[in-house]
Design a protein around this ligand. Structure first.
Ligand code: ADP
Length: 259
């Protein structure tokens, strides 16, 4: 696993952070933030010190997912202190900028805001800082990938062909800037009906695993579409915290352990 090894290439601004890992998707709405939060908590369950930076300025959802309210405090060294939730440190662009302004930001502005979130936040000593990336593969994403010296990236995709095409683009983007792909996670893989108990593959099946094989990237796992996961996310108590011994909780902890 990459995260268990020292990282010689980490950025100087983050002297105390061993690894920065991006969680990315080719398009929005595929469950990237849900995955980022549960992986972060899964890494913590694996005994690591973890932070999460919500860099999805166009739709910051980490505050909701982690039930964070208010604004971060300023420390004695005039750097912001990340907020704490369930044993992990968290910062969100949503705490810093209003959504209307963020909508019209261009790539370089996004990059400089994110650099600030890295350099001007006192993250303290962390084993892993997860960056919940903005969706897509435009200038902003490329700038973040280049500027943050990522240890690796995790790509989230639904089984749908369209999402996979976007995921493929995401993988190509990280490869272009020599960021290793730590794995592909298939989200909303199938739906188990509460009434009939049958599994329904709403968005098709098996596509992501086959694609991972074809692209020679690790396949980390398939997460089903479930009411429990959605309800847990909305309640501000992610499934890894709410039900660590359940199948989904265990799955995230296992996928995090493989990073
Ligand atoms: P993204 O970050 O890719 O935009 P989110 O993580 O915000 O996506 O997820 C979008 C919506 O889908 C949220 O309401 C979330 O709770 C829900 N969701 C994500 N993954 C699942 C899943 N596996 N099962 C059920 N709901 C999910």
């Amino acid at each position: 696993p990459v995260l268990k090894q020292p990282n010689a290439a980490k950025p100087a601004v983050l002297a105390e952070v061993a690894h920065v890992v991006a969680v990315a998707s080719g398009k929005g709405g595929v469950g990237k933030s849900t995955t980022a939060v549960n992986l972060a908590l899964g890494l913590r369950a694996n005994g690591l010190k973890v932070g999460i930076l919500d860099a999805d300025i166009h739709g910051p959802s980490i505050p909701t997912l982690l039930a964070l309210h208010g604004q971060p405090r300023m420390g004695k060294d005039r750097r912001l202190l990340p907020m704490q939730s369930n044993g992990i440190s968290a910062m969100s662009m949503g705490m810093m900028v209003d959504a209307e302004t963020a909508m019209v930001w261009r790539g370089p502005m996004v990059m400089s805001a994110i650099t600030q979130m890295l350099a001007e936040v006192n993250w303290g000593a962390l084993d892993v800082l997860i960056v919940d990336m903005p969706p897509g593969t435009g200038d902003a994403q490329l700038a973040i990938a280049q500027g943050t010296k990522l240890a690796g990236a995790v790509i989230v995709s639904t089984p749908q062909d369209l999402a996979l095409i976007d995921a493929r683009r995401g993988i190509a983007m990280f490869k272009k800037v020599d960021v290793p792909i730590l794995g592909l996670i298939e989200n909303m893989a199938h739906f188990t009906c509460n009434d009939c108990g049958k599994q329904h593959a709403l968005f098709g099946t098996g596509g992501a695993e086959a694609e991972a094989k074809r692209l020679n990237v690790p396949f980390l796992g398939a997460v089903p579409l479930t009411m429990d996961l959605r309800a847990a996310s909305d309640s501000g108590q992610p499934i890894v915290v709410r039900d660590p011994e359940g199948p989904l909780g265990k799955l995230y902890v296992e996928m995090a352990g493989a990073l």
